[in-house]
Design a protein around this ligand. Structure first.
Ligand SMILES: Nc1ncnc2c1ncn2[C@@H]1O[C@H](COP(=O)(O)OP(=O)(O)OP(=O)(O)O)[C@@H](O)[C@H]1O
Ligand SMILES: [Mg+2]
Length: 326
């Protein structure tokens, strides 16, 4: 039995204890079909534990987890068909002496697929992942880090699972390769309709996500679409960007103490983003006050708030503490 049928993944009040330590303390979130869900958190937050539950590697202490409407604790065999898994360290799953296609043959056989079927499937995925004939047939040891990552993504997808779980797929790659990998994942998500669950400690992935779950110390601190979360900030997605000729803590204190400023976030060396309820109206007041205080500024404008601001401001912490976090 599960909740809403469009939910590909449904996690309800999940608890996982290792002896006395609770790695997950009652975690709930979901992903709909075709979602690109980012599960973000610091080291030890419980991210990998969530994946280990979803792949049936460990049993929950309490709560429920469903994939495709099936209880992961009851339908282990079926779940392995529904879920593809890309581990954090691809060298643990790849045979370096063999090509991408040959690696796929090993993996596909575990799912009872026929060699011809495996080859066709591997080729179609690798094509979406930007591989030409040369890359498909070259030994993995001769591939670059980003290319190897794509081979391991292909292996996770070989049995055509509706859900792909990826543990830190961008860790250890340089900025260019991180974006390249995320773009390829987005392409698979778009072309094959695969629901993606991406574990990361990097906020960068949020730009690609349709839904985000922030884990903190075994709890979900935030869950929603990026736009939903950003719109909870005062200004509902807009903020005032103020650029000063120079910045010091004294100047910053004076600026951020102005009436109506609910939160602020640094936005570069000499710039600050101010979060107020009605940015367009408040901006006029702020300009007046800066003039009165004889505080010169280079530029003031209305800009869109992004997830980096949201994460810097941490409005949920302020709500918990009953004040601003700064
Ligand atoms: N098998 C285990 N036995 C005991 N404690 C464990 C076990 N697996 C995980 N933990 C603990 O549970 C907590 C969450 O671990 P988890 O691996 O889920 O974190 P994570 O968010 O993936 O961190 P990282 O970003 O470092 O990979 C940590 O405090 C960890 O020490
Ligand atoms: Mg982990």
């Amino acid at each position: 039995m599960s909740a809403a049928p469009e939910r590909e993944i449904d996690i309800i009040d999940l608890k996982v204890a290792f002896k006395k330590l609770f790695a997950l303390r009652g975690v709930s979130f979901f992903a709909n079909k075709r979602d690109f869900l980012g599960v973000i958190g610091a080291s030890g937050a419980g991210k990998t534990t969530v994946l280990r539950i979803l792949t049936g590697q460990i049993q929950p202490t309490g709560g429920k987890a469903f994939v495709g409407g099936y209880d992961v604790t009851k339908k282990r065999r079926l779940i392995s068909l529904l879920v593809g898994y890309v581990p954090q360290l691809e060298h643990l799953s790849l045979y370096y002496d063999f090509s991408a296609i040959e690696n796929a043959q090993f993996f596909g056989r575990c799912f009872g697929m026929r060699p011809k079927e495996i080859e066709e499937r591997a080729r179609s995925i690798l094509k979406i992942l930007g591989f030409d004939e040369d890359l498909m047939t070259k030994k993995v040891e001769k591939l670059s880090g980003g290319e190897r990552k794509r081979v391991s993504i292909c292996l996770g997808m070989i049995h055509n699972p509706p859900v792909l779980l990826l543990d830190e797929p961008t860790t250890g790659l340089d900025a260019h390769l991180r974006h390249e990998t995320l773009n390829y994942l987005k392409m698979l998500n778009f072309q094959l309709g695969t629901t993606m669950v991406i574990i990361s400690h990097d906020l960068e992935i949020v730009d690609y996500c349709t839904r985000v779950c922030l884990l903190e110390g075994g709890n979900v601190s935030q869950f929603g679409t990026p736009a939903e979360l950003i719109s909870t900030l005062p200004g509902k997605g807009e903020s005032i960007r103020l650029v000063l000729p120079r910045m010091s803590s004294v100047i910053l204190d004076r600026v951020t103490a102005l009436e109506g400023i609910k939160y602020w976030a640094r936005a570069g060396r000499n710039a600050v983003k101010l979060f107020v309820d009605d940015p367009r109206e408040r901006m006029i007041y702020i300009v007046q006050r800066l003039n009165e205080m004889k505080l010169p500024f280079d530029e003031i404008s209305i800009v869109e708030a992004d997830f980096f601001d949201y994460f810097q401001v941490k409005p949920w912490k302020a709500r918990e503490n009953g004040g601003t976090p700064h």
